[in-house]
Design a protein around this ligand. Structure first.
Ligand SMILES: Nc1ncnc2c1ncn2[C@@H]1O[C@H](COP(=O)(O)OP(=O)(O)O)[C@@H](O)[C@H]1O
Ligand SMILES: [Mg+2]
Length: 337
């Protein structure tokens, strides 16, 4: 049995909405993450997918302990990370690293790549003694497919894909166990996306990394993910293995997201149903009652407004789905997303 390196239990992250300048009055809450439970197994890639605003980045920040949860817990190897402090917290920080979406804004433009990639060593000097740092940075550059001779260059002298490689080298510097990739290729050209994905896959094999891989598009995570969690308005609506999610999806939201994935074969397109997802994600300040997806769902009935569907395995299926009417459905992808 593979161990769970991270376990998330009933995780909630709400942000207060305030009014007034001097006497701030809380008038509501943004329910960014609202009851998420899942685990990350050692060495696996867990894809997390959902439209913009569904709470993916908030989940990432809480997983990294950059923000404290409103409720619930994140266990790293069985230890509640929100209870860690001092040395234990520093060690944890080393083990979980983040690769962000936008390589243009996440790198300080006034620092050389050498300084950027070496910066984590300043905070964790025990990982690389001062005299060895330049050499370590050069090794990291080489590892991510950049020329070690370019160590004194600045971020603007690199292309978008290369800047994302710099971000990956920086995340790798402390030899973490877990890397949370928050839409790492969303800002890149399609041709460059595959190269960065291949690099991440190579690094995972080489270092036995565990990934949480966030994307807004199911097609991006398919190749890399062992399992996929689909998020909608702060909740996981369906979770399963790559096969279960892509071949046998049961939640209408997953089916709709898959419908927007282009299929190259036109005959395949004609055989199956086409679902178009219309409208926007409702506000997380006042999400719909019952099932949050019901306002955009073609299957919605009265019960969907009254009862919150639990994330559980339903009859005829083999993996958890949070829909009162979960059922298998053949999905077709369209070119109109
Ligand atoms: N620091 C914050 N304060 C208030 N609201 C926030 C904050 N961070 C995120 N949100 C809100 O939480 C919701 C989820 O955001 P986010 O986690 O960024 O979603 P995603 O990454 O899936 O696009 C959004 O409605 C966003 O506006
Ligand atoms: Mg995000």
């Amino acid at each position: 049995m593979t161990e769970n390196i991270l376990e998330v239990r009933d995780l909630v992250k709400h942000y207060p909405v305030t009014r007034g300048v001097v006497f701030k009055k809380t008038i509501g809450h943004v329910k960014a993450v609202d009851g998420v439970s899942m685990e990350l197994r050692s060495g696996e890639t867990l894809g997390v997918v959902g439209e913009s605003g569904c709470g993916k980045s908030t989940l990432a920040r809480v997983l990294m302990n950059l923000e404290r949860p409103t409720a619930g817990s994140v266990l790293y190897k069985g230890q509640d990370i929100s209870k860690l402090s001092g040395g234990a917290l520093r060690r944890l920080r080393r083990q979980i690293q983040l690769v962000m979406q936008d390589p243009y804004t996440s790198l300080n433009p006034r620092m050389t790549v050498g300084d950027l990639i070496g910066e984590p060593f300043e905070i964790h000097p025990d990982v690389a003694p001062r005299g060895s740092r330049r050499q370590k940075v050069k090794e990291l550059l080489d590892l991510v497919g950049l020329n070690p001779e370019h160590i004194n260059r600045y971020p603007h002298q690199f292309s978008g894909g290369q800047r994302q490689r710099i971000g990956i080298a920086r995340a790798l510097a402390l030899r973490p166990e877990i890397i949370i990739c928050d839409e790492p290729v969303s800002a890149l050209d399609v041709s460059i996306q595959a190269q960065v994905m291949n690099l991440l896959e190579k690094l995972q094999d080489e270092f036995g990394l565990s990934y949480v891989f966030i994307a807004h598009d199911l097609s991006v995570v398919r190749h890399l993910s062992d399992r996929v969690a689909v998020m909608y308005l702060g909740k996981i609506v369906e979770i399963g293995t790559e096969d279960e999610i892509y071949e046998r999806p049961t939640h209408p939201y997953t089916q709709a997201l898959l419908s927007a994935v282009p299929v190259p074969d036109p005959t395949l397109r004609d055989q199956k149903a086409i679902i178009r997802l219309t409208g926007d994600v409702p506000s997380p300040v006042s999400p719909p009652s019952g099932c949050r997806f019901r306002t955009r769902c073609w299957k919605a009935q009265d019960v969907c407004a009254e009862q919150v569907p639990l994330l559980e395995i339903r009859s005829g299926s083999d993996h958890p789905s949070a829909c009162h009417f979960a059922e298998k459905r053949e999905i077709v992808a369209t070119h109109e997303a």
